[in-house]
Design a protein around this ligand. Structure first.
Ligand SMILES: CCCCCCC/C=C/C(=O)SCCNC(=O)CCNC(=O)[C@H](O)C(C)(C)COP(=O)(O)OP(=O)(O)OC[C@H]1O[C@@H](n2cnc3c(N)ncnc32)[C@H](O)[C@@H]1OP(=O)(O)O
Ligand SMILES: NC(=O)C1=CN([C@@H]2O[C@H](COP(=O)(O)OP(=O)(O)OC[C@H]3O[C@@H](n4cnc5c(N)ncnc54)[C@H](OP(=O)(O)O)[C@@H]3O)[C@@H](O)[C@H]2O)C=CC1
Length: 275
């Protein structure tokens, strides 16, 4: 695949991509390694990480530029151990892509406390634990770094998945807070918000019928690809945009502007309040 970026843009740089064994994370790892980066990927399941490493090796990336291991981002001890391994292996971390995440559909009224917590921990807590670990151990001491958080398109709320909507909105706000707190350390913090309309290993679980609903609700009338999301992540991870920080960049075919986001029952007309 021909890259839109200059060859060697990430030479001698190290990127950590969470959830890098599949989907958007793997597409990001492929683009970064193609541009010369050394890349570390993590996820909960070793078989996904092995498949990701195999795909990168098949692209021709030498093994000395690759590292992968299991790490559940919800567990601070596992995060600390993984970040330590990456620093031991490569000596630095220039780029962190917080891509790991996910949820399940559920109406708010039947969501159990543990179900709510599982999704908040997966998307909000995990992103914070990883971000702080990488910043304090690698980026703040080095006085440089770029962090890109992968959230979701939540500007219209997320009816039917309110837990993830709340968690992703939290990550967007965290992005803005840390962009300010860590500006003095030479760290830029941005986010990308994929629409609910990217065809990936992640959305495959929702089925073709729902994907068709979301395609129809997209002004560009097609689904996006993990590579299209990855290109924006890579741009924000690069040194080619050093004046961009605290931004949330949508990649959604115009979806926030129009159309039904998720097929939940249409609200009933409500009577005017009396008195
Ligand atoms: C085409 C339409 C497009 C829609 C696209 C929407 C845009 C977003 C796309 C993506 O995000 S792509 C990525 C997709 N991948 C995933 O979403 C998978 C992620 N899921 C997980 O990783 C896990 O399921 C989880 C959310 C982290 C939860 O795992 P955990 O191991 O913590 O959970 P458990 O211990 O099993 O359960 C805890 C608690 O949660 C309840 N729960 C878990 N799964 C479900 C479910 N599918 N439905 C309802 N409830 C669920 C579970 O019941 C537990 O609660 P209690 O029963 O104990 O009260
Ligand atoms: N595709 C889409 O349309 C959209 C995607 N997104 C978000 O983009 C990101 C990538 O999604 P996508 O590539 O589509 O889907 P995938 O399911 O392929 O990617 C999610 C990755 O995150 C990893 N992961 C999930 N939870 C954890 C955890 N607790 N610790 C470590 N790794 C974890 C998974 O690996 P493992 O299971 O091995 O842990 C997997 O590799 C996710 O955050 C997703 O929610 C947001 C909006 C839309």
């Amino acid at each position: 695949m021909q890259s839109m970026f200059a060859a060697g843009l990430f030479a001698h740089q190290v990127a950590l991509v969470t959830g890098g064994g599949s989907g958007i994370g793997l597409a990001t790892a492929r683009e970064l390694t193609a541009l010369g980066a050394s890349v570390a990927i993590c996820g909960r399941k070793m078989e996904k990480i092995e498949a990701g490493l195999a795909a990168l090796a098949a692209d021709g990336v030498p093994s000395e530029r690759l590292f992968g291991g299991t790490c559940d981002i919800r567990e601070p001890d596992q995060v600390a151990a993984f970040v330590g391994q990456v620093i031991e292996r490569f000596g630095r971390i220039d780029v962190l892509v917080n891509n790991a995440g996910g949820q399940f559909p559920s109406p708010a009224e039947t969501l159990s406390p543990r179900g709510w917590e599982a999704v908040i921990r997966n998307n909000l807590n995990g992103t914070f634990f990883m971000t702080r670990e990488v910043a304090t151990r690698a980026m703040i001491p080095a006085k440089r770094g770029r962090i890109v958080n992968v959230t979701a398109m939540v500007v219209r709320g997320f009816p039917g998945m309110s837990h993830t909507g709340a968690a992703r909105a939290g990550v967007e706000n965290l992005t803005r807070s840390l962009a300010i707190e860590w500006a003095a350390h030479g760290i830029r913090v941005n986010a990308v918000a994929p629409g609910n309309n990217i065809r990936s290993s992640g959305t495959a679980q929702y089925g073709e019928e729902l994907l068709e609903v979301t395609r129809k609700a997209t002004p560009l009338k097609r689904l996006g690809t993990p590579e299209e999301v990855a290109r924006v992540i890579v741009f924000l991870s690069s040194t080619q945009n050093d004046f961009v920080t605290g931004a949330v960049w949508g990649i959604d075919g115009g979806q926030p502007l129009w159309g039904e986001l998720w097929p939940i029952p249409e609200p009933e007309p409500q009577p005017e309040a009396k008195g």
